[in-house]
Design a protein around this ligand. Structure first.
Ligand code: 2DT
Ligand code: MG
Length: 212
């Protein structure tokens, strides 16, 4: 008899500094996977559409001031409010490409001086990515690309600190992609990594939880 259990989707996270090319590459990856017939959605954090997300957006655009701990917990809450939908999508076969996740949460808040373990704590129990791709570019090089907006955090001195905390967070499972290469090269490397992961998940790789 035919099984009605669909192979699960993969949780793919792209991380990196501002101007590392994440959003461009996420969009390219989405059309690549869709082109192959894989059900895929592109998500991003912060998700500025929810009510928590609107508070975050106001903070980032300097329309509101919040204590560093408070905004940290709002970023985390913004992931928690999407957690059950995320699990449902993955379990029913949709691959999720996620533009920033808990690693942004911890790296950016730690760069402001908050304790790294304190920053990780509210992330415990969220779904762990099947793959983290880090778009690696130096803060100086990213700044040269221009187009830092005027949101909070978009300053080269701060981005240097964020880069150091990403370095602390990364483990051997992360795929480090040289984001200084031509856009097409970056695109191809990401595709290779992601296709492998999508296959592993199809074959039954179990979902796991942060922080692991
Ligand atoms: P975007 O430019 O990608 O919209 O991000 N950030 C993000 C945090 O400080 N904590 C988090 O948990 C997340 C997901 C990174 C807006 C800024 O928000 C930062 C840049
Ligand atoms: Mg930004």
């Amino acid at each position: 008899t035919e099984s009605s259990v669909k192979p699960r989707g993969a949780l793919i996270v792209l991380e990196g500094l501002d101007r590392s090319g994440k959003s461009t590459q996420c969009a390219k990856l989405l059309s690549f996977l869709e082109g192959l017939g894989h059900p895929t959605e592109l998500w991003r954090f912060p998700d500025r559409e929810t009510s928590v997300g609107k508070m975050i957006s106001a903070y980032l655009s300097n329309k509101s001031q919040l204590d560093d701990h408070t905004i940290h917990l709002l970023f985390s809450a913004n992931r928690w409010e999407k957690r059950s939908l995320m699990e449902e999508k993955l379990k029913t076969g949709t691959t999720l490409i996620v533009d920033r996740y808990s690693y942004s949460g911890v790296a950016f808040s730690s760069a402001k001086g908050l304790d790294i373990d304190w920053c990780k704590a509210p992330e415990i129990g969220l779904l762990a990515p099947d793959s983290v791709l880090y778009l690696d570019i130096s803060p100086e090089r990213a700044a040269e690309r221009g187009g830092y907006g005027d949101e909070r955090y978009e300053r080269v001195e701060f981005q240097k600190k964020v880069a150091d905390f990403y370095q602390t967070l990364r483990d051997s499972s992360w795929k480090i992609i040289n984001a200084g290469e031509a856009m097409e090269e970056v695109e191809k490397k990401i595709q290779e990594v992601v296709l492998d992961k999508v296959k592993e998940c199809t074959k039954g790789k179990p979902l796991s939880l942060l922080w692991s």
